[in-house]
Design a protein around this ligand. Structure first.
Ligand code: ATP
Ligand code: ATP
Ligand code: MG
Ligand code: MG
Ligand code: MG
Ligand code: MG
Length: 269
C-alpha cells in the first residue's frame, strides 16, 4: 500500500472524525433494545420478567465477549447490556465507533441466531434492533459507580414491576389503576404490599430478576474426549483429557457493595 500512489479521491478520508477513546480509561458500550416495550408485547413476553428473553440476552453477551477483543466484564438487565473494555485495550486503536458498532451488530445478529434456542414455541416476527452508546470512565470508582447505577436501576424497576403486575394479574386492576395505586409509594410500601397482600417476600424473588446478570471470565475445567493414536498401534483410542478454558460465566450477585470487587480484584487490574 505504502508505495502505491494515492488516488485523487483519497483526500475524502480526511473528513472522518476522530473518535479515539481517551487513553487508559475504561470504555463502556451500553446497548438497549429498540422499542422493546412493543417487541415484548408482540412476542408474548411473560410479565414482568420473561426468563427466556433474559437468558437469550445473556447468550448474546457471551457471544460478544467471546468473539470480540478485550471485554473484561458485562452487566445486563431488561433489554440492555453494558460491556466493559479493559483500560489498556488498543482494539481498533480505541475508536469509539468501532467498539460500539462491533458490539451492537454482533449482539443483534446473535439475538436472531439464538432466538429459537430460547423461544421454542414463539416465532421471531420481525428483526429486532439495539442502539448503542460509548461512555469513557476515567477511574475505577467512576466505573464501579456506573455499574452500581445500572444495578440500582434494575432493582428499582423490578420492585415496581413486580408489584404492578401482581396488582394486575392477581387483583385484576387495570394498568391505570395499578399505576395510581403505586403513585408516590416508597420501596418499603411496595415491599409491604407484596408481603401483606400477596404473601411474597421480595428478597426471595429470583436473583436474575432482582440483580440482573453479571458476566465475568472464569477458568473452567473441561473434560473432553479425544481420539488419539498411540505409537506402534493401528487403532485410534478415545481418551478423556482435562483442560482449563476461560469462559464468560453468568452471575446474579450484588455489584454495588465492596464484596464483589474484593472477590474479583483481577477485573480492575
Ligand atoms: P427504547 O427504544 O427507547 O429503548 P423501549 O420500549 O425499549 O424503548 P425501555 O426503557 O428500553 O423502552 O424498556 C424496555 C421494555 O422492554 C421494558 O419496559 C419491558 O416492557 C420490556 N422488556 C424487556 N425485557 C423484558 C423481559 N425480559 N421480560 C419482560 N419484558 C421485558
Ligand atoms: P476487517 O474486519 O478489518 O474489515 P475484512 O477481512 O472484513 O477485515 P475488508 O477490507 O473489509 O477486510 O475486506 C473484505 C473482504 O471480504 C474482501 O477482501 C473479500 O475477501 C471478502 N468479500 C467481501 N465481500 C465479498 C464478495 N461479495 N465476494 C467475495 N469476497 C468478498
Ligand atoms: Mg430507553
Ligand atoms: Mg429499550
Ligand atoms: Mg431498556
Ligand atoms: Mg471488513
Amino acid at each position: 500500500r505504502g508505495v502505491m500512489a494515492k488516488s485523487k479521491f483519497e483526500y475524502v478520508r480526511d473528513f472522518e472524525m476522530d473518535d479515539t477513546c481517551l487513553a487508559h480509561c475504561w470504555v463502556v458500550v451500553r446497548l438497549d433494545g429498540r422499542n422493546f416495550h412493543r417487541f415484548a408485547e408482540k412476542h408474548n413476553f411473560t410479565k414482568p420478567n420473561d426468563s427466556r428473553a433474559l437468558e437469550l440476552m445473556t447468550r448474546c453477551a457471551q457471544t460478544v465477549m467471546t468473539q470480540l477483543e478485550d471485554i473484561v466484564m458485562a452487566y445486563g438487565q431488561s433489554d440492555e447490556y453494558s460491556f466493559i473494555f479493559k483500560r489498556k485495550s488498543n482494539w481498533f486503536r480505541r475508536r469509539a465507533s468501532k467498539f460500539m458498532t462491533n458490539v451492537a451488530s454482533q449482539f443483534a445478529s446473535s439475538y436472531v441466531f439464538y432466538w429459537k434456542d430460547y423461544f421454542k414455541d414463539q416465532d421471531l416476527l420481525y428483526p429486532p434492533a439495539f442502539d448503542g452508546r460509548v461512555v469513557v470512565y476515567p477511574s475505577n470508582q467512576t466505573l464501579k459507580d456506573y455499574l452500581s447505577w445500572r444495578q440500582a436501576d434494575c432493582h428499582i424497576n423490578n420492585l415496581y414491576n413486580t408489584v404492578f403486575w401482581m396488582l394486575i394479574q392477581r387483583s385484576k386492576l387495570t394498568p391505570a389503576q395499578a399505576q395510581e395505586r403505586l403513585q408516590g409509594t416508597l420501596a418499603a410500601d411496595k415491599n409491604e404490599i407484596l408481603f401483606s397482600e400477596y404473601n411474597v417476600n421480595y428478597n426471595n424473588e429470583p436473583p436474575m430478576f432482582r440483580k440482573g446478570t453479571v458476566m465475568i471470565w472464569k477458568k473452567i475445567k473441561e473434560v473432553i474426549s479425544k481420539e488419539i493414536q498411540l505409537p506402534g498401534e493401528t487403532e485410534e483410542k478415545t481418551v478423556e483429557v482435562a483442560r482449563t478454558r476461560t469462559k464468560p460465566v453468568a452471575l446474579h450477585c450484588d455489584i454495588i457493595g465492596d464484596a464483589f470487587w474484593k472477590e474479583h480484584p483481577e477485573i480492575l487490574e
